[in-house]
Unconditional design. Structure first.
Length: 363
């Protein structure tokens, strides 16, 4: 059993996932690699669909998943028949999709907002309908803190609508809203640490004044995977919404200084008004598909990413999953390895405790 999980529920109620099958949509992305790894540790066989226009997951590092533990399938997400084939053999379905799954052609899932609504609402809702038809016990949808149907952000608005529609079809669905996620592998464009290191090396950290004070609780991708595993094990978690963050609270300006200390780069930023920042994001999104700061990212940076900031009774946390928050992974444990490609130091041996001590913030 993982060291993170303390089974607070009755042993007679807790389910053993060993030998079960799980289909993980987006199981090779920034969050998905952590989910795939933790489900594999629990003995689950994995089906990992990917779209032909996205990165081939064979190129991603699935170091925590044994090669006989997963089956990779090239899938056309425009065809519901293929989605049914992927979900049918699975005991559980996890949806952790990102925009890399957007088709290159303007077909069913694409709309005028570069596929935000298509990837973050239409496709998860279609999968929820299929799970309901096939009478699955539950499914897991990875949303985001701040998801709201009235949000200015197309991503948060689409995920807010998806949560409502998924629950209409699958009342037992588990919704997990993580704060900013960091990881060692997966897409560097969606990783909280690596995307910042990449932009810092390119000297393109464009900010507007309000986003420097934005507060978040960065969380490691494998901790989110542990939460998914715990939610599937415990039937009392089915039908609940969880907002999860890491142990460390920091503002965006503190995060910039932290990454700058790790990679030994100047913490320089270009401060511009909010409309110009959005225009820059739209320009980079239009000129190259892979960008760490699309227009929507600048919009989302207006909002804090604090778990259950409003203290709602229907929002749950780590303790409700039976997970001791003191065991969550800290950024200092992952950052030197994750940011090695952008470090100005020569040789991996240079990333030692002294460097960590110099760059470590006081939490």
């Amino acid at each position: 059993m993982s060291r993170y999980i303390a089974t607070t529920g009755s042993p007679a109620v807790m389910q053993n996932l060993y030998g079960n099958v799980a289909t993980v949509f987006g199981g090779y992305g920034t969050v998905g690699l952590g989910i795939s790894g933790e489900l594999a540790k629990a003995g689950t066989m994995l089906i990992l669909p990917y779209h032909k226009s996205s990165q081939d997951p064979r190129q991603a590092s699935l170091a925590s998943v044994e090669p006989w533990n997963y089956h990779i399938m090239n899938t056309n997400f425009n065809k519901p028949a293929q989605l049914r084939e992927l979900c049918e053999p699975a005991d559980y379905v996890v949806v952790s999709l990102g925009r890399n799954c957007r088709p290159n052609t303007p077909l069913r899932w694409r709309d005028l907002r570069w596929g935000y609504d298509a990837v973050y609402r239409q496709l998860p809702v279609e999968i929820a309908k299929i799970c309901a038809e096939q009478k699955k016990e539950t499914m897991v949808f990875i949303s985001a803190i701040g998801a709201d149907v009235d949000s200015e952000s197309p991503v948060l608005r689409a995920k807010g609508r998806a949560e409502i529609e998924i629950r209409e079809h699958m009342p037992s669905a588990v919704i997990i809203r993580p704060s900013d996620v960091f990881s060692r592998q997966g897409s560097k464009y969606n990783c909280f640490l690596r995307s910042m290191g990449m932009r810092m090396q390119e000297r393109t950290i464009i900010v507007y004044p309000e986003m420097l004070s934005r507060v978040s609780y960065p969380v490691y991708c494998h901790d989110i995977g542990t939460a998914v595993t715990a939610a599937l094990r415990d039937p009392s978690c089915h039908g609940k919404t969880f907002e999860l963050g890491g142990r460390q609270r920091l503002t965006y300006s503190e995060a910039i200084r932290f990454v700058a200390g790790i990679i030994r780069a100047p913490a320089d930023t270009y401060r511009v008004p909010y409309p110009i920042a959005k225009a820059w994001g739209g320009f980079t999104e239009a000129t190259r598909w892979q960008t760490p700061c699309p227009k929507d990212w600048f919009v989302r940076m207006q909002y804090n990413s604090i778990p259950n900031e409003s203290n709602r009774d229907d929002i749950y946390g780590w303790e409700d999953l039976g997970i001791d928050k003191r065991n969550l992974i800290l950024m200092e444990e992952i950052a030197p390895d994750a940011l090695f490609n952008w470090s100005r130091l020569k040789g991996r041996h240079a990333l030692d405790g002294g460097l960590l001590q110099d760059s470590k913030l006081v939490w």
